[in-house]
Design a protein around this ligand. Structure first.
Ligand SMILES: Cc1cc2nc3c(=O)[nH]c(=O)nc-3n(C[C@H](O)[C@H](O)[C@H](O)COP(=O)(O)OP(=O)(O)OC[C@H]3O[C@@H](n4cnc5c(N)ncnc54)[C@H](O)[C@@H]3O)c2cc1C
Length: 395
């Protein structure tokens, strides 16, 4: 289908919405992007963009700038919490580029990319609800008349209005995990260019460098039975953060001593949506498949979605045929990724000493005997290139 001149409304200026808006505008669509925030800004935190996400940035023509704003990572090192002893080194460079990037820098890059491609970004626009009774979706925007859209792409995250219209307005559930995060100034070269994961009992801590190695991204995740507040921006108490990770030794102790401010938030999610689209309206990104962050794939899946959706729209005769193929291609893969991230939560947080000891010894042996074995088990994830030609079903 020729997208030239087709009107598309994208809801939400996160990673999914901005990437999709650029992908569609580059194919000739007239894209309007609605965002409830009055400015596009992001909380300070890091993101790991693995090769399956980075190939989309390349294909969107943003690869060179992404290289400039990110730190190239060798992969990940799993460590025991007590002294930071290495359990398993995952050299992932064989799959392509892993970029460690400040979330605000990636959002700014995607926003520039969307605007340069001609996307009209409207800020301070809150969509109260979406109705799906006819052939085209109807948007109810605060303070405005209801409007009927040609095509709605809902990249509106965990509280998606389209998801509520498709599946009912269910509150996201608390996952039993709370994340603490902070950024520390460091000297370039102070830490290796890789993600280090320190695994403890019912908790783990991830660190990696950002912005030319001058900032250290520190995220600690802790299992906890209760949490009420949802959202990203709750100031935490550095002393409480230190206390929760007080059993962690090695370099972690020194980093935690330097923490002066920390944010804390509960991790909430839904299951992967059982239906991703209605007539001329589709979910993408966290709106369709929120995930625990233990595989660092939420943003990468959002980038994959953006590319595949644009490709499906140009390669089908009607929007709805394209949306059928999009969902058929994306749902199984996203479900597999979300399940793998959930399994990682269990593996990182093993509590019983003997079980942890055996599991870590097993991983050490595998790493020593066959260093390529574990990285190869992730080929399905990292070597997946959605920008290589897709096979649309039913086109
Ligand atoms: C601790 C942590 C670490 C992570 N680390 C990684 C990582 O290393 N790598 C990775 O790939 N992923 C990571 N993720 C996941 C990633 O951050 C998310 O999956 C991704 O940002 C989702 O993007 P999105 O655009 O789908 O949704 P969102 O970022 O939630 O964007 C939704 C947008 O829609 C807007 N909006 C919502 N409702 C409305 C409305 N009614 N009207 C108008 N606008 C609306 C919102 O304001 C927002 O701007 C991490 C997540 C967490 C919590």
């Amino acid at each position: 289908m020729n997208l030239i001149g087709q009107d598309v409304t994208v809801l939400g200026a996160g990673i999914a919405g901005l990437a999709t808006a650029r992908a569609l505008a580059l194919r000739g669509a007239r894209v309007r992007l609605l965002e409830q925030a009055t400015e596009i800004s992001e909380v300070g935190a890091g993101l790991q963009i693995s090769p399956n996400g980075a190939v989309v940035l390349d294909a969107l023509g943003l690869g060179k700038e992404f290289e400039e704003i990110s730190v190239a990572s060798r992969g990940a090192v799993l460590r025991d919490y007590a002294q930071g002893a290495e359990v398993l080194r995952l050299d992932l460079t064989r799959f392509g580029r892993f970029g460690l990037v400040h979330r605000a820098d990636l959002i700014a890059l995607l926003e520039r990319g969307a605007r340069d491609a001609g996307v009209q970004i409207e800020l301070g626009v809150h969509v109260a609800s979406v109705h799906l009774n006819g052939r085209r979706p109807v948007l109810f925007i605060d303070g405005a008349d209801a409007e009927r859209d040609e095509l709605l792409v809902a990249a509106d995250g965990l509280h998606s209005r389209l998801r509520a219209a498709l599946l009912g307005d269910e509150a996201p559930r608390f996952t039993g995990q709370v994340a603490w995060r902070t950024l520390l100034p460091i000297e370039p070269g102070e830490v290796p260019h890789e993600a280090q994961v320190f695994m403890g009992r019912g908790r783990h801590l991830v660190v990696y460098p950002l912005r030319g190695g001058r900032l250290l991204n520190v995220v600690g995740v802790l299992e906890t039975p209760e949490w009420t507040a949802e959202g990203w921006n709750h100031a935490g108490d550095p002393a409480a953060f230190r206390a929760h990770f007080s059993e962690f030794g090695g370099p972690v102790r020194g980093w935690l001593e330097r923490v002066e401010s920390v944010m804390v938030w509960g991790l909430f999610r839904h299951g992967v949506a059982t239906q991703w689209h209605g007539s001329n309206a589709v979910l993408i990104g966290d709106a369709a498949h929120p995930t625990l962050p233990f595989l660092a794939q939420g943003a990468c899946m959002a980038l994959e979605d953006a590319w595949v959706l644009a490709e499906m729209l140009v390669s089908h005769d009607t929007n709805n045929a394209a949306l059928d193929s999009f969902e058929a291609l994306r749902r199984p893969r996203c479900r597999r990724i979300v399940d793998a991230a959930t399994a990682n939560a269990r593996n990182y947080h093993l509590r019983a000493g003997p079980i942890r000891g055996i599991a870590h010894a097993g991983l050490r042996t595998i790493g020593a005997v066959a260093p390529g074995f574990m990285p190869d088990r992730f080929a399905w994830l990292y070597a997946h290139d959605v920008t290589a030609r897709q096979q649309p079903s039913g086109s």
